[in-house]
Design a binder for this molecule. Structure first.
Ligand code: ATP
Ligand code: MG
Length: 340
């Protein structure tokens, strides 16, 4: 168990314990993905990645979080060889992507952000043809396709036209297809975007099973809830830079403060009561801005306000967790550079 500590910014130093006697050294374990000082400038001069370094350990379930345009798909595109890098290095299980591309690619399964199979093909054919393209013999491909379609709960759709599948089914088919080559590293770019929560949960279950069976998983998502539920480690990327990375637990520990806006009856007194552990400020004459630890009892706050003659009419949370996360993580590093 690691202690929840503040997340390190930038490349994480090797944290191998010098004190652990008798346990195999993990420091020299080859990571599933190693990215070093990765840069990408597109033809239109957009600098999508400005020096990204990242390690994902074998067996990890890793989330790449970030707002629109942060560079997530660019990073995934480079790792899966769809996009050429401008500078830097990528290794997949120790295999250099630039020098031994084919060998590196054989280790990866990709579920891209956009659905990209032929809508006029049947799921079974999509899977078998895909495996064939990667050199899997047909007999073996058929057996795998059955296994994957069953896992994706699509076996009864194996011979239906793909365009008749629901959105959630299409997403599951994308995962099944990526698994046909038995990748050691599965990369998913927003696999659950636009999928309702029930179906999303079903996909989480599938992904957990895949990970438990030994496949390293990296996914990008906008949903913190998704990352929180699935992933052990994460990196937050913004404007082409990693702004935070570390264990999920450490990140959540940083989010342990909640913010509320309290609408009050009448006008606020000049002096606000002191409430130990909480921060109280007047947002305007009729609104209180409250920040308090998540574990703190709200009744204590209400009691103190009541004693000071302040009656709360209604309250709302200042932001949701995802917004809170992005605002905090992303505002900090660039705060010196821009006022907005
Ligand atoms: N093919 C391209 N040509 C030019 N610019 C591009 C190209 N692809 C992406 N970009 C730009 O690079 C930046 C990063 O885009 P990217 O798609 O990697 O972000 P993202 O984090 O995946 O965003 P989203 O959450 O919206 O999918 C953006 O400014 C984007 O406009
Ligand atoms: Mg993207």
């Amino acid at each position: 168990m690691t202690q929840p500590t503040a997340l390190a910014t930038g490349p994480r130093p090797a944290t191998s314990g010098t004190a652990t006697v008798g346990t195999p050294a993990r420091a020299d374990a080859v990571p599933a993905l190693r990215v070093r000082d990765l840069r990408k400038t597109y033809d239109n001069k957009v600098e999508a990645l400005k020096g990204v370094s990242l390690d994902v350990a074998e067996g990890d379930f890793f989330a790449l979080l970030g707002p629109n345009g942060a560079g997530k798909s660019t990073l995934i595109g480079i790792v899966s060889s769809l996009v050429n890098l401008s500078d830097g290095a990528v290794e997949i299980f120790g295999t250099d992507l630039q020098r031994r591309r084919d060998q590196a690619m054989r280790l990866i399964g990709l579920v891209p952000q956009e659905i990209n199979f032929n809508m006029f093909e049947k799921p079974l054919d999509i899977l078998v043809n895909y495996a064939g393209f990667y050199g899997v013999p047909r007999e073996q491909a058929l057996a795998r396709a059955e296994e994957e379609l069953k896992r994706a709960q699509l076996w009864d759709k194996a011979d239906k036209m793909s365009r008749t599948l629901s959105g959630g089914m299409k997403r599951r088919l994308m995962i099944a297809r990526a698994m046909m080559t038995r990748p050691r590293l599965l990369i998913l770019d927003e696999p659950t975007a636009g999928v309702d929560i029930e179906i999303r949960r079903g996909m989480w279950k599938t992904l957990r099973e895949i990970n438990a069976a030994g496949t390293t998983i990296i996914l990008t998502t906008h949903y913190l809830e998704e990352a929180e539920s699935l992933c052990r480690n994460l990196a937050i990327i913004d404007q082409g830079r990693i702004v935070q990375q570390g264990p999920m637990k450490a990140l959540l520990a940083m989010l342990d403060v909640e913010g509320f806006l309290l609408d009050i009856d009448g006008t606020l007194p000049a002096a606000l009561p002191y409430i130990e552990g909480a921060a109280l400020a007047a947002a305007d004459d009729h609104t209180l801005d409250l920040e308090m630890p998540r574990a703190m009892d709200l009744n204590r706050v209400f009691a103190a306000l009541g004693e000071a003659g302040i009656r709360v009419r209604s309250m709302r949370t200042k932001s949701n967790r995802l917004e809170e996360l992005f605002v905090r993580m992303i505002a900090q590093p660039s705060a010196a550079g821009s006022a907005a």
